[in-house]
Design a binder for this molecule. Structure first.
Ligand code: HOZ
Length: 433
């Protein structure tokens, strides 16, 4: 991947000032504005493997990795070629292609719970449409979600939402009609009793439970033993649907997502990120009878000119083939463990309280003591300390997610040498916290 021509270092402050004149907050997605960690956002123009090239003329070791989709790092050859070839054949047709069928078959093979699916252009769109499918199928309006889980920025689930919404202090966004928010019941993650109570109070009215089976949008949090099984049992008994949001975990924690690890079969699954190979893509799918409510088979309308876009489908298919053929999961988990161990070591040495939660290639260093099991415990993390850590790392050439309540990622392109550089940078950064 070529760097900016001439490689003239530019001032981030100047670019940001220019950006703010044309783009809301200078960015196209809020966490990129660095509001949570302070300072001026990074403007980038390229990447290669584990490295990101910024307009300040520097290279950064990347642990944000576009928030998850880049399993093989930036600009992996096969993915670039697949996208280029598809683009050369035509960027969009607004008509069906066999390539979409090929990708759908691969997704079904990896996720046996998915019998029928629909592709979209983003995870948000997929989540929104899954909510519509669940409501149409059950004829009920209410949805249970867990505080700190994030299912995209659509109205009815943008309540007590994690990710950027939490980071920027708007977990209950302005602009969501009260009547929409009233269709969402928020309960604490890992609290089956609260789920039972919600069903008792709203007998026959709850369409679905939406859950990130391994939440990553309040930082990485684990389901307590029996929690997901409990959700499955309760939803079956109450004739409500169980919807797994695997936008982050799908094809990340293993080829078949968190549902394969925990051996739970949800009724619907929401996917995004990795299935587009780094291009805009989402999908939702599950039981044939439930998905059959979606148009044109059923009465629940949902559509999109760029849904199943041929360039995104080509990149996504190439990504799934690489994941299948190269099986990078074990190696990536080893790399992430190595990184987490290194961070634990340097935090102990510096006396800065740190709790790292990780699974496979994703992890969150929480600046706090004790375990993080839900939103309330995640909120105890010291956001200011994370900000200082973030900037300490940035000035030493390491780019992290610019927010405490997110997951960091390792790719197959990272090496032990890269991780030693990052751990060394952390050792110095911790001295400044
Ligand atoms: N929702 C993403 C984090 N979980 C952030 C997307 C972005 O800002 O690029």
């Amino acid at each position: 991947m070529a760097r900016l021509k001439n490689n003239q270092p530019m001032s981030m402050k100047k670019i940001f000032a220019r950006a703010r004149k044309s783009l809301v907050g200078g960015v196209n997605s809020p966490v990129r504005a660095f509001k949570s960690v302070g300072g001026t956002p990074l403007f980038v123009h390229g990447g290669s493997g584990a490295y990101l090239f910024a307009d300040d003329g520097k290279s950064y070791l990347d642990f944000c990795l576009s928030w998850g989709p880049l399993m093989f790092g930036h600009a992996r050859r096969e993915l670039v070629k697949a996208a280029q070839d598809a683009m050369a054949r035509g960027s969009t047709f607004g008509a069906a292609t066999q390539a979409e069928v090929n990708l759908a078959e691969r997704i079904k093979k990896a996720f046996p719970s998915i019998e029928l699916m629909r592709m979209t252009s983003s995870g948000t769109e997929a989540g929104m449409s899954a909510a519509r499918a669940a409501r149409a199928f059950t004829g009920r309006d209410l949805i249970i979600k867990f505080a700190g889980c994030y299912h995209g920025h659509f109205d009815s689930l943008l309540v007590a939402a994690g990710s950027g919404a939490t980071t920027l202090g708007v977990p209950d966004s302005a602009g969501v009609p009260k009547s929409f928010a009233a269709t969402t019941i928020v309960v604490p993650f890992n609290d089956l009793k609260a789920v039972e109570n919600a069903f008792k109070k709203n007998k026959g009215k709850i369409a679905a439970i939406f859950v990130e089976p391994i939440p990553a949008n309040m930082g990485v949090v684990f389901p307590a033993k029996g929690f997901l099984e409990g959700l499955r049992r309760i939803t079956k008994r109450e004739k409500a649907l169980l919807v797994f949001d695997e936008v982050i975990t799908g094809f990340r924690v293993c080829y078949g997502g968190a549902q394969t690890i925990y051996k739970i079969k949800p009724d619907l699954t929401v996917l995004g990120k990795i299935i587009g190979g780094g291009l805009p893509m989402g999908a939702y799918g599950g039981r044939r009878d439930v998905m059959s409510v979606i148009s044109p088979e059923g009465p629940a309308y949902q559509a999109g000119t760029l849904s199943g876009n041929p360039v995104a489908v080509a990149a996504g298919t190439a990504m799934l083939d690489l994941l299948r053929d190269e099986s990078p999961y074990k190696r990536m988990a080893q790399l992430a463990d190595y990184m987490c161990e290194g961070l634990r070591r340097v935090s102990l040495r510096s006396g800065v309280p740190l709790r790292i939660q990780s699974i496979g290639s994703m992890f969150t260093p929480f600046f706090l003591e004790g375990e993080v099991t839900d939103y309330a415990s995640a909120m105890k993390a010291d956001k200011a300390a994370y900000g200082r850590y973030f900037h300490g790392m940035l000035k030493r050439g390491v780019y992290l997610p610019p927010a405490q309540w997110e997951a960091a990622f390792v790719s197959y392109a990272h090496t032990e040498k890269d991780l030693n550089i990052a751990i060394g940078a952390a050792a110095e950064s911790f001295q400044e916290i």
